[in-house]
Design a protein around this ligand. Structure first.
Ligand code: ARG
Length: 465
């Protein structure tokens, strides 16, 4: 079979060499974007009088036929044609005859592939932003049920201070909000058209780059043709925003895995998101959360992989850049899959309120309350800290907690301690009183939920093109 670029060659490569160089196995994922780009390009060629109207129409019809077949999965790709661009061009020629070859007038595969990936990532980024929003809604719904559910708050994974479970969940809402804004911001740089940059230097044909850009819904065009074909920053930004998002999902995965362990028993994951063991009948494993934690590494890997591919490349296009695709496709699949799973996992998890709250009563996470109490009565906080520290030590020796000590014993530490201390030491009260802005006090949590709902209601739809 003759290659489309065969003219200057006297020898053909062996099949296994072709296979090594080909990208069709994976870049066929860009088939619809590639056709979309070609249709815009042909419309522009006609508009600018570069090809005549009738030829243009025949080519457009041929491209539409290919689009229909692509949507039905009826296109048969060949490794011999290397990549999606050459496959489609040769199919077009087969479909409508040699006039199909005019589709490539004033264009190169270099601006073509860049265009495809801009179109692809624009669509996928929009979809991811929507999925983040749906996950945030589930977080808000769970949080609304648990404003007054008390859970130990941790630092160093040691119990620190009691908090509202809703407050804990809502921390992830705000992380996701930042993720969303990172993706939305990256759309500004994704939505720029490289089409018409040619191989690297532009073209001698009187093309109109703004016209194809407008047809494809791009906001602007790349200013420099070399930059247009060799820029992969937009993919790096996508992978970087995706890595941060996955890091957040991985942290929540870790927490849900811990919480569902026998040691914590704070939550139970729904059967739909758990699996059993082939040998231990009692097991219910949080596989999906573990997988998401694990898959985070794939997205980091794709980011570091592409950064490494790009770092030594001279301008402009180099074949190394074909390596940008698999990591990007994989990251898109990983991120969209993880977001969908998480929305379901959080929506269906069962929260063991009693176990959570009991946990806060059997620890020293109310020690700060006592120190604050003494400080509020005028004792310098550092001294109050010391007094309470000693009391904690005393309790550990006596095998009890601060709230178990009789008032007389407490008074021995400081005469300023009165009967009202027992209310103060109650974890529920401790949470309620932490009413500073952004704190865990119930009033603050309610305010945060209100704000979160406003944020969700006001969020803009990502580019709808
Ligand atoms: N398959 C190539 C890629 O993905 C398309 C661009 C090829 N350009 C070239 N001059 N070989 O990078």
């Amino acid at each position: 079979m003759n290659k489309l670029w065969n003219g200057r060659f006297t020898k053909t490569a062996e099949e296994w060499v072709d296979e090594f160089g080909a990208s069709i196995d994976f870049d066929q994922e860009l088939v619809l974007e590639d056709l979309q780009g070609s249709m815009a390009h042909v419309a522009m060629l006609v508009k600018c009088g570069i090809i005549d109207g009738q030829e243009g129409e025949r080519i457009q019809k041929g491209l539409e036929q290919l689009q229909n077949k692509a949507e039905k999965g009826e296109l048969a790709y060949s490794v011999k044609n290397e990549d999606i661009h050459l496959n489609l061009e040769s199919m077009l020629i087969e479909e409508i005859g040699p006039v199909g070859g005019k589709v490539h007038t004033g264009r190169s595969r270099n601006d073509q592939i860049a265009t495809d990936m801009h179109l692809y990532l624009r669509k996928q980024t929009g979809n991811i932003v929507t999925l983040i929003g749906s996950f945030q809604e589930e977080i808000v719904k769970q949080a609304e049920n648990h404003v007054e559910t008390i859970i130990p708050g941790y630092t160093h994974l040691q119990r620190a201070q009691p908090i509202s479970f809703a407050h804990h969940l809502m921390a992830y809402f705000w992380m996701l909000e930042r993720d969303k804004s990172r993706f939305l911001d990256s759309l500004k740089r994704i939505n720029v058209s490289p089409l018409g940059a040619g191989a690297l230097a532009g073209t001698t044909f009187p093309i109109e780059r703004e016209y194809t850009a407008a047809l494809l819904g791009f906001d602007s065009i790349y200013e420099n043709s070399l930059d247009a074909v060799s820029d992969r920053d937009f993919i790096l930004e996508f992978l970087s925003a995706g890595s941060v998002l996955m890091m957040h999902l991985s942290r929540l995965s870790e927490e849900m895995i811990l919480w569902s362990s026998q040691e914590f028993k704070f939550i139970e994951m729904d059967d739909a998101f758990s699996t059993g063991s082939s040998i231990m009948p009692q097991k219910k494993n949080p596989d999906m959360a573990e997988l998401i934690r694990g898959k985070t590494g794939r997205v980091y890997g794709s980011l570091v992989g592409l950064l490494t591919v790009m770092k030594g490349l001279p301008l402009a296009y180099n074949k190394d850049m074909q390596e940008d695709k698999e990591g990007m496709f994989d990251a898109v699949r990983t991120i969209t899959g993880s977001l969908k799973i998480f929305a379901g996992m959080v929506a269906t998890m069962k929260v063991n309120e009693k176990i959570m709250e009991d946990a806060t009563k059997k620890d020293f996470s109310n020690a700060t309350e006592l120190a604050d109490y003494l400080a509020a009565k005028g004792i310098p906080f550092r001294e109050a800290h010391e007094i309470v520290g000693k009391l904690v030590l005393f309790c550990i020796e006596k095998n009890c907690f601060l709230g178990d000590l009789p008032l007389e014993v407490l008074k021995e530490s400081s005469s300023l301690i009165e009967e009202d201390i027992f209310v103060i030491l109650n974890p529920y009260e401790a949470v309620k009183r932490r009413n500073s802005a952004g704190g865990t006090g119930f009033e603050q949590v309610k305010l945060a939920l209100k704000k979160a709902k406003e944020v969700l209601a006001g969020s803009k739809e990502p580019l709808n093109v």
